[in-house]
Design a protein around this ligand. Structure first.
Ligand SMILES: *Cc1c(COP(=O)(O)O)cnc(C)c1O
Length: 368
């Protein structure tokens, strides 16, 4: 058996009919930029997440920096975020002159609310929680901290669409939340795509304008902007995929259960919390990130058995990327990055394939 970490072709074949219907409909209408498919997708996404507004943009990274700009963050402001994130999160902040300040992750690999206090200064203006691996942070603690310290919250929910904390969707807790539709994301398109959700009319108007050269709904230019529009073909495909997103999430949760039932007794492994572990959390398992004391050996063993795994972010937390110049000690995150590994997790996987991954991990541990 060969199980690549992610099988893009198989995902396309699985959704072929719906994708081609959306694609040809757009082609036949010649409707490519800022057309009804985008508006329909934005309404559907707002409804799905429970946010008042959703705005499509070119990718998840633009969604982040456009949100920071729209929220009024200014050059020199410090923003708190976890070091266990994609470089896009601090990169978006840096790109508009903000200073990203990195904090530890906790046992669940998400930003540790208890580490925020250590890193706050009088220049701190915002917190960027990252809803990593399809799990939403403990937003009650983060909101408390932000209220006490008068900080804005902008959520990086690139990996969090559909996940919930206390029944509220990732992306809807702060002044703005962002999603990525990168092809391997839980709601992926066939190229780049992203969105911002917000309940704040001013933020929504600002994003609407910023993404299209500063042009307002009435056609006037209200400010400087750029081109960061969500392509209408992608929007049409996303609209069609949004209709089955809950089924996709159910399947991911099923796969997570299967992994946990099959691997839960191996003492050297630390597994993510199971889907029904804690009623405050509804996890969507964008990724299934385990920890192993023999991570590197296990990765090679699985690779020899035809199973693709990944150490997230190419193996480095943001503070470990030398050229970025972070001078901060995050021992817990360092430890996680010696141990963490992503197992295959997506809805093209069959039960047989998941069982094959489980069997091979079990046979590795028989001899190691
Ligand atoms: C994917 C991702 C992004 C960036 O999204 P793009 O659409 O690739 O720009 C940002 N943050 C996190 C945590 C991500 O996983």
């Amino acid at each position: 058996m060969k199980i690549p970490f992610f099988n893009y072709q198989k995902l396309y074949v699985k959704n072929k009919e719906a994708i081609e219907e959306a694609f040809f409909s757009v082609m036949e209408r010649g409707a490519f930029i800022l057309q009804s498919d985008l508006e329909d997708f934005e309404s559907a996404l707002a409804k799905y997440t429970g946010a008042q507004y959703a705005l499509g943009v070119a990718n998840g990274t633009d969604a982040l920096w456009l949100s920071m700009l729209a929220a009024g963050l200014k050059s020199g402001d410090e923003v708190l975020m976890p070091s266990h994130t994609y470089i896009a999160t601090p990169g978006a902040a840096r790109f508009i002159g903000l200073n990203p300040v990195l904090v530890e992750c906790g046992a669940d690999h998400l930003m540790d609310p208890n580490d925020l206090q250590k890193q706050i200064t009088n220049r701190t203006k915002a917190i960027i929680p990252v809803q990593l691996n399809g799990r939403t942070c403990n937003m009650a603690d983060i909101i408390n901290f932000s209220n006490e310290n008068d900080l804005l919250i902008i959520e990086d929910a690139a990996q969090g669409i559909g996940s919930k904390f206390n029944n509220q969707m990732a992306g809807t807790f702060g002044i703005a939340g962002t999603y990525s539709f990168y092809p391997a994301k839980t709601l992926g398109c066939y190229g780049d795509g992203g969105a911002v959700v917000t309940n704040d009319t001013k933020i929504a108007d600002a994003i609407y304008e910023l993404r299209d050269h500063g042009r307002a709904k009435n056609g006037d230019y209200n400010r400087w902007g750029i081109n960061s529009r969500l392509d209408n073909i992608q929007a049409a495909i996303l609209l069609s995929k949004l209709k089955t997103l809950d089924d996709e999430i159910s399947r991911r949760r099923e796969i997570a259960n299967r992994y946990i039932n099959g691997l839960g007794d191996i003492a050297d492994l630390t597994l993510p919390p199971s889907p029904n572990d804690n009623e405050n959390y509804f996890d969507t398992f964008q990724n299934f990130e385990i920890e192993s004391g023999k991570r590197d050996k296990l990765k090679i063993y699985l690779s020899n058995q035809g199973i693709g795994t990944i150490v997230q972010w190419g193996g480095k937390a943001v503070h470990q990327i030398k050229c970025l110049g972070f001078d901060i000690h995050l021992p817990f995150t360092d430890k996680v990055f010696q141990r963490c590994l992503l197992l295959p997790m997506n809805t093209t996987l069959s039960d047989d394939e998941i069982n094959y991954v489980i069997e091979n991990i079990r046979s590795f541990y028989k001899f190691n």
